[in-house]
Design a protein around this ligand. Structure first.
Ligand SMILES: [Fe+2]
Length: 238
């Protein structure tokens, strides 16, 4: 079974269209998204419409929960005061622009999706099986991976939230961070999607990077009233 995974789209419809074309060319059996559909770029409603139209199932991110339920804070962690301020502006902007239909869609997203492929248990979620806004970086101690594996009870775990793709094989389990479609933070500004090919014998992972018109989204961010701060980050993949 070959699946394509779209992590953290964050209101970037141009990046979503690009990875959709890139991923479908590889003929996956199924496409999933990992939530965090709005914020930072203006196309939150267009992203939801695209996912519905193309029948792409997915899970709820911390941002979706916060937007859909009108929470005070997006649940994202800021490293410095400017980032906190900008994140809050973006969150407020998104809450003001999101349609009732998009909110209903986000509210109903499941917290995880579980299925079996070629005898292997696969679990998809946004951040961790324990908490939906923990940052599960690649350099977390092995103990953390073991703990999450126990909590998740799956052979293959696929998640996002940190916007930096990786795969780690620990203790017979496979941990895949699918990266971010719409707001990569690994220095590569191209949109990221992850292809996981599961056969009886092995599990292959490919992170595909697809170029798209970043400047078009940069201009749209400026025109929308969202902070230019995020346009600059998009340009740098930061
Ligand atoms: Fe997130």
């Amino acid at each position: 079974m070959k699946i394509a995974i779209f992590g953290d789209i964050h209101g970037n419809i141009e990046a979503l269209k690009a990875v959709y074309n890139g991923a479908t060319a590889l003929k996956p059996d199924k496409i999933y998204h990992l939530g965090d559909l709005g914020g930072y770029a203006p196309y939150v409603n267009e992203v939801v419409e695209f996912l519905v139209k193309h029948d792409i199932e997915g899970v709820q991110g911390n941002y979706d929960d916060a937007v859909a339920n009108d929470r005070e804070h997006c649940g994202c962690k800021a490293e410095e005061p400017l980032q906190e301020e900008m994140a809050h502006l973006s969150f407020t902007w998104t809450k003001n622009r999101v349609s009732l239909e998009s909110k209903a869609y986000m509210k109903e997203l499941p917290i995880d999706i579980k299925f079996t492929a070629e005898g292997k248990k696969v679990l998809l979620f946004h951040a961790t099986p324990k908490k939906n806004n923990l940052y599960w970086y690649e350099d977390r101690p092995e103990k953390f991976f073991h703990e999450m594996a126990q909590k998740g009870d799956a052979d293959i775990m696929i998640y996002g939230h940190i916007h930096k793709p990786y795969r780690k094989d620990i203790g017979g389990k496979i941990f895949i961070n699918a990266g971010s479609v719409g707001k990569p933070k690994d220095g590569d500004l191209r949109a990221c999607a992850t292809i996981v090919d599961i056969t009886k014998a092995e599990v292959q992972t490919e992170f595909i990077r697809v170029p798209y018109d970043v400047e078009k989204v940069v201009a749209a961010i400026s025109a929308s009233g969202l902070p230019d701060y995020f346009a600059e980050k998009l340009r740098r993949g930061a």
